[in-house]
Design a binder for this molecule. Structure first.
Ligand code: SAM
Length: 175
């Protein structure tokens, strides 16, 4: 399964931290790339590049001007569009249908999400029907899509690696 993430409506400086967290969760939990719309943010891109430089893995992060263009491009490339919104259908009810698709674009919002996104999405999916956070919604969705496999030991091939430890910090630097 190939999973990518689209973060909508990035606002500077307000979303600097949360969009970074969306990207870090996407990378750590099994997505292979992230695109974002809203305001271009070289700092966001640089901090994710720095994380990949130290902790390994390829995780391209790209800025897209048009939300509809990037969604339509993913559709043409065979992606199923899964928009996370508290107004959507409960994840367990649609998970089997989503998992039967090979390529998935998970879309998370920031401010008010335009109506058009609800219509372009193949699935509008809720993680509870209560308002919370794009980071939590994304983490839970990726965990269910990955069936918990992201929690298994996984070598990102990074310069820095953590050896799981019951107490303290065991960190290995390989170069
Ligand atoms: N009132 C906003 C709206 O239009 O949905 C809430 C914005 S919320 C802070 C930012 C993003 O978090 C939403 O666009 C959605 O992707 C995600 N989110 C928040 N609560 C969610 C929930 N219960 N289920 C799924 N996604 C959620």
């Amino acid at each position: 399964m190939q999973i990518e993430v689209l973060r909508l409506g990035h606002r500077l400086p307000r979303d600097e931290r949360i969009s970074t967290h969306v990207a870090l969760v996407a990378r750590a939990f099994g997505a292979s790339a992230m695109a974002y719309t809203g305001q271009h943010d070289a700092g966001l891109e640089e901090s994710i590049r720095r994380i990949c430089g130290n902790w390994g893995g390829e995780f391209p992060i790209t800025y897209e001007k048009s939300v509809t263009a990037v969604i339509k491009k993913h559709k043409r490339d065979g992606f199923t569009i899964v928009h996370l919104t508290m107004y959507g259908l409960a994840l367990p009810d649609v998970l089997p249908a989503i998992k039967s698709r090979g390529k998935i674009l998970v879309v998370v919002g920031s401010e008010q999400v335009p109506r058009e996104i609800y219509e372009l999405a193949d699935f509008n999916v809720s993680i509870t029907n209560q308002p919370h956070s794009e980071v939590a919604a994304l983490a839970m969705t990726l965990d269910r899509l990955m069936e918990g496999k992201e929690l298994e030991p996984h070598d990102f091939g990074g310069r820095i690696r953590i050896v799981p430890s019951a107490r303290g910090k065991d960190v290995v630097e390989t170069r």
